[in-house]
Structure formats: structure tokens, C-alpha cells
Design a protein around this ligand. Sequence first.
Ligand SMILES: [Zn+2]
Length: 512
Amino acid sequence: MKSSFRIILIAFTFVLYSCGVTKNVSTKTVETVKFEVNLLDRSNDTYKVTVTPPTLTDANSIYQFASTAPGTYQVMDIGRYVKHFKATDAEGHELATNQVTTNQFQLTSPEKIAKIEYEISETWDTPVSENKIYLMCGTSIENDHALINGQAVFGYFKDKQNSPITIKLDFPETWSVGTALTKNADSLYYAEDYDKVVDSPILLGNLTKANMNIEGTNVDIYTYSKTGMVTSNQVLESMKNMLLSASGFLNGLPVKNYTFLFHFEDTTNGAWEHSYSSEYIYKEDKWENLEKQVVEVAAHEFFHVVTPLNIHSEIVEQFNFITPVASRHLWLYEGTTEWAAHMMLFRSGLKSTEDYFNTLSRKIMVETKYFNPDLSLEQLSLTSYTKAGQKQYGNIYMKGAIVAGLLDIKILELSNGKRGYVDVINDLAKKYGPDIPFDDATFYSTFVKETYPEIEAFIDDYIVNTKSLPIKTYYNKIGVDYNENTNTFSLNATPTAEQLQLRTKWMAPISI
Ligand SMILES: [Zn+2]
């Protein structure tokens, strides 16, 4: 995720599968949880949801709404938005239900349930006293469009988080739909499980669409723009260059399909990453005014395909929607991603050297001025779900990225310029991939084994603890001068042969 940081306010507004004709079809159909969302009726700013469950038993006697969602590191408590929750049997008789916790509805006779209906309020326009959900992670329902983030509309039956899901959307015929979800043979959106629904936001309404193929990857772009100021075709060229940068950085694009969902209306809040898509919430403006910041954030979100999506711990793999569980590795998921986003644009020339240095200086300024220097990156991760932790969360995009940049230089030095941090990341992505998690508790030592023994002290000093960052010393190793008084960087005009060797690898140009 990347939320926008507004210094002026000193506040965070943080920002087909076709079942096919196989013998398994009937089994899958029986197990499938079917949802229908009526977007023809948009009254009261609520989604009208109907759930047709498979046969339920006592083991499925809870209908669960999400307490949080992957990649957001915030408490969401979606149960707060639910209204008129009602279960009925095949004859239409109401069966008793009871909201036993914020996010759980107890079902008294699950085996008799034929249908569940509820309304769920959009998160954008529903006032809450705490834990306001980031716009890019929430829901909005308006006259000319709607945004669905799965965890904010759908729930799951206990023990059925892994059941396949179909979604039928009823919406005005002039609307179009943007999502990474594909349709099954019955023209219903299909997901292999609840996690996939949460991982696949849906933007509907008066959208423009553009499509391109980049090095074999099919890329769809859908844009909602309040007054039509921005179109998908305008965004296409910028995304193309960003993706070519990413491909050069990562030795090829890591997915075969990718969908961008852009929402340009009244507010800027940031973006949220998914395995095959990302969603952006920005205040509508001319594309030329938005392009720079949106491309940088898109580079960040796209890099998330690598981490956490291809390099993650069991906490991400076995996601717990019932109780938020913090990981200690936001330095990797968010810090490294933020570093990589700017580095890939820099290496491909989409970001000038001066601009790269300015970004680095700004991160140092913001980190120093607005965040607690005594909170380590590990502590920041482990406290991300607490109120105090949320106040410091934005520092993962500042100090997290600065530390990743230092780690890059350290790895370059230790390998005599043969390897940089991205080479380590690419190796780790191969080693793990989307289906094999690392052990959250022992990953530091795994990382050291994948790199150099000296990295253990680096992690201990700058990730686990809060030792003062050796910015000047490290950048000097690659022939970059850092003036601590003015907080400015510049290339050393007369680097030594050793400095030049490391700097050449550090800048390693990507041709796009
Ligand atoms: Zn992120």
C-alpha cells in the first residue's frame, strides 16, 4: 500500500477461470458460496447483498466479516458497516441470527439456511469514530460508479474461507466493470476462495478502458474520472514506461495479467496493491499534473507483486481475517518496495539523478522531522495495528526506504559490485514464490544466509534497533556525496576506481 503524506496538514489522510468440463465441476458447484450484489438499488449508500450458501453444518455457524485485510496494516472491523442481516430457510421463514462480536454473526440453524441477505454501508461516506478505512481499501457507491473492495462487502462462513465463490453483479447497463477477476462459464465472476475476492477489487461505472500487451503481459487499465478529465488512454503510455522499467529491474514481468483501477474524484488518498491489480484514489486533475506522483505510486504498487506477494511469511500466506496479526517484516514489504519503486524509475531514466536525490533528501527530512527516532523498523511493524503504531506507520515509506537503499549499497560493497539488493530480491522470489512462505520468526537469518555474514549486524543495527543511519559513509562508498547540513546529495565528480565500480552497478541503466 502507499498512502499520501501531506506535510502541510501534518496528518495522514493515508493516504476464466472456466470450471471447464471436468469431473470436479459438480463437487465445486455444491461447495460454492454464491453472492449477488444489487447495484441497481443504490439507496442509503448501501450495498444490497444476497448470499446463497452451500449446505452448511454446525461447523459453519458463524458468518465472518473481516477485521483487517492483507497489505493494509490497519484495523477495519467491517462488521461496523453491516445492517439488516437476515437468514431465511427454503420456505422464506426467517432464522435467528445474533451479532456476537463486531465482525461475527452467529447462525442458530446453519443447516436450514437457504439465503442470507444484508446491507452493508459504503465506507467512504459512513462516519466512524475511529479506524477510518483508507479510501483505496474501502467502498464507495455513487450515481455514476461504485467501488468494491472484497473484504468490505463480502464475508465468509466459518471453515469456508477456502470455498470457491461466484459473484453476480446487477448494475446499470451503461456501466462497465474493471477487475482482475474473470468470469466462469455462467458469466459470473469467479474466485477460488475468499482471499482471492479480497485480492481483487472491482471498479464499476462510467469508466474508460485501455489495453496493451507488454512483453507478453496483458495489461488492462480502467479509469473513473469525475468530469472525464483523465482517460485510460492518457494513462496507458505512462504505465507502459513504468512496466518496462519494472521488467528491466526484475528481469521480466512477474505476472501474465495485470489490471490498473484508477479513481479520480475529489480526494487523494493513495493506492493499494493486489496480486494481479492495484487501485488508485487521486483528486481529479489534468493527467500532466498527476502523472509524476501516480507513476511513482504505480511503480510501488506493481513491485508488491514481488513482495509481499512472492516473498512473504506465513502470516500473509494464511491470512487471519478474524484477528489482525502483525508481521515484523514491513521493512521488506513496504520499505524495500518504496526503495525499489524509485530505483527502477531512476535506472530507466524516467526519474533523473537529481530527482532521485531529491526524493531521498525529502524522505530524510520527513523521517527526521515527523517520526519517532526511537521506534525501530521492526517495532513499527509489530505495532502497526495499534493506535500509537498507526501514527508512526508512514515512516515505513521514509526510513524503510532509506534503510533499503543503504542495504543495497552494503550488498554492492560486500559483493565487490557484482550484486545489488534487487539481485537478492529476485533470488528470494525464485526461492519462495506465491505459494511458499518464509518463517516470520527466522527470516532475518535466512536473509543473512542468502547474502553475507555482515548483513546480520546491518539488520540488527538498522532494522531491529535504532542505530543512527550511516548515510554519509555509505553513499561515499559509491561516490555520492551527502552534505548533512543541507541534506543534499550529489555525484562525486572524481570518484576513485573502487567508488566508480560500485556506482556503475548501483545506477545500472535499464533501457526501455
Ligand atoms: Zn505498499
